[in-house]
Ligand binder design. Structure first.
Ligand SMILES: N[C@@H](CCC(=O)N[C@@H](CS)C(=O)NCC(=O)O)C(=O)O
Length: 218
C-alpha cells in the first residue's frame, strides 16, 4: 500500500486559524507523521472571506489542506478519513473489518456533521437571520441550547476508559480535546460532560501533541 501521497521533499500545506478546526487536522497530521507547512490566517481575514482563503476553499472555511499533488481537500471529516488512509500505522481509527469501525464512523460523522455546524451558525448569526438583533439573539440562544443537548447525547454514546472508544485511542479523542475548548468551553464540560472533560485532559497531556497545543492555545 502507498503510505501517503507524499513524495520525497514534498509537503502538505494546511491553511489554519489559530485554535480553530484546523487544530484537529494539525494534530492528526502530527500524529500521522505527515510533513506539513502550516499557513495561519488571522481570524479577521478568515471571517472577511478574503481572496486568499477563497482561492483554496470557496466556502471560506478553515481548515483547508493542499496535498503535495496540488489537490485541495476541505471538510474535516474528509481530511480525517484521508489521513487515516495514508498513515494506517498511526492507528488513528479502527480499520475496515474491526468491530468498532461502525461506532467510530458514527461518532466521527456526528461530531463533524451535526455538532460542528452549531459554531458555524453562532459564529455569524447575521448570515442566517440578517441584522435583526432580536432574531440573532433568539438564534444564538437556540443554537447554544442545541449544542449542549448534542454534547450530552454524544457523552452518553462514548466511553472514557480512557478514550472515547475505550482502550483504543482514535481521532475522536483529538476532536474532543479541541472542540471542548470552544463554546460552551471546558468548565461546562467539567460540570456536565465528565467523560468528555476527562478525555480532553488526557489528550492535552499527550507528549506528541505538546507543540500543536502550544501553537494553538499557548
Ligand atoms: N464543515 C467545515 C466547517 C469548518 C468551519 O466552520 N470552520 C470555521 C472555523 S473553526 C470557519 O472557517 N469559519 C469561518 C466562517 O464561517 O466564515 C469542516 O468540517 O471543515
Amino acid at each position: 500500500m502507498t503510505r501517503t501521497p507524499v513524495v520525497a521533499g514534498t509537503r502538505f500545506r494546511l491553511i489554519a486559524g489559530r485554535g480553530g478546526g484546523s487544530t484537529m487536522i494539525e494534530a492528526l497530521l502530527t500524529l500521522a507523521e505527515l510533513p506539513f507547512d502550516r499557513e495561519e490566517l488571522d481570524w479577521s481575514t478568515i471571517y472577511a472571506g478574503g481572496a486568499t482563503l477563497r482561492a483554496v476553499n470557496p466556502v471560506g472555511h478553515v481548515p483547508a489542506l493542499v496535498l503535495p499533488s496540488g489537490e485541495i481537500v476541505t471538510e474535516t471529516l474528509a481530511m480525517t478519513l484521508l489521513i487515516e488512509e495514508w498513515a494506517p500505522e498511526a492507528r488513528l481509527s479502527p480499520r475496515p473489518g474491526d468491530r468498532q469501525r461502525a461506532r467510530y464512523l458514527r461518532l466521527l460523522a456526528m461530531i463533524c456533521a451535526t455538532i460542528y455546524p452549531m459554531w458555524t451558525v453562532d459564529d455569524r448569526p447575521e448570515r442566517f437571520v440578517g441584522e435583526d438583533k432580536d432574531a440573532q439573539k433568539e438564534l444564538l440562544k437556540r443554537t447554544q441550547k442545541r449544542r449542549k443537548d448534542l454534547w450530552r447525547i454524544f457523552e452518553s454514546l462514548i466511553e472514557a476508559d480512557p478514550w472515547a472508544l475505550g482502550k483504543r485511542f482514535s481521532a475522536l479523542d483529538v476532536f474532543i480535546a479541541v472542540m471542548t475548548r470552544w463554546r460552551p468551553r471546558r468548565a461546562w464540560f467539567a460540570r456536565n460532560a465528565p467523560k468528555l472533560a476527562a478525555i480532553a485532559a488526557r489528550c492535552d497531556a499527550l507528549p506528541g501533541l505538546k507543540e500543536v497545543w502550544a501553537r494553538n492555545y499557548g
